[in-house]
Design a protein around this ligand. Sequence first.
Ligand code: FES
Length: 360
Amino acid sequence: MARPEFHELEVCAVRRLTEDSVAISFDVPPHLKSAFAFIPGQYLTLRTEINGEDIRRSYSISSGVDDALEVGIKRVEQGLFSTMAQSLAVGDRLQVMTSQGNFRAEIGGKHRYLLIAAGSGITPCLSIAKSVLSAEPDSEVVMLYGNRNSSTIMFRDDINALKDSYTKRFMVAHLMSAERQDAQLLNGRIDGEKITLLNQSGLIDVMASDGIYLCGPQEMIEQAKAVLTKLGVLEAKIHFELFTTANADGTHRKAPVARPNEAPLNDGTNVKIIIDGVERDISVNAQHETVLAAAQKAGMDLPFSCAGGMCCTCRCKVVAGGTAMDINYSLADWEVEAGFTLACQTRPLDGEVVLDFDAT
Ligand code: FES
């Protein structure tokens, strides 16, 4: 996994999607095209300064792999970045980090995709749908998209365009929780019961799906995963990205998963950081700060975005010593087992701790 890097990009298009959401496209110059190549489902971290504060937020890519790079941003209450983003204009410049994320659909072959999204969770699912339909001529995509009502549907024009372009290979069903539709089955929220009923009705066929991609609030994801497993879908076919937009800071935040929280007891520990082939020692007061916080205090510019264990931008490898993470919402089990950690959540426990940001 290449370490993500920020580059300054110019906004080349802004589309208003709903009253409180916009799609922002970036002009990627030729020399950065390969750096900004992405796998459908991944996200970008955007960075700007607001009132002298360095603000970074992660937003999923909504474009297909061959389209102009675009993200969807829904404004959330008190969200500094998402509120600012609503007034972005063509010609504005932002720091944009190259793509990241383990929620992704590798393109190639012939598959049946089932995409289940709610609210702003449509963003990565739309990227998957656009990319698959254009690059896999024999694949089919079924999309379930849940919203409160028709005025909150993000990317409605894009979804309609896919319907028009791929009449035989793309099907979308809009579910509304606060607007009555003629088809009773499409009224209400996407939950376990709804997925079961839709599967019984034949509108979706979970067992015939090669990949099922879930993106939305934690409750929807948990219920969908449980019912899909009960219906016999293999765990390997279920991919999910936990989104909630109810955070005060406006981040598309991945919701927590249970992880052991070991309380470090040491203090003033020396930690060696390796980044870009250069080694540097810093002192980390483990009872009061994480490695990332200590490195920032020491003037180091380590990669990070959310600083909350969610985005994986600060991923590095523990190559010596013992460490513990406060929380981990983003590293997969295999990554933790392989020694990877999140610097924004890492505290030294014992031994001569060495963290390698160059390790892949
Ligand atoms: S900065 Fe996002 S997980 Fe550490």
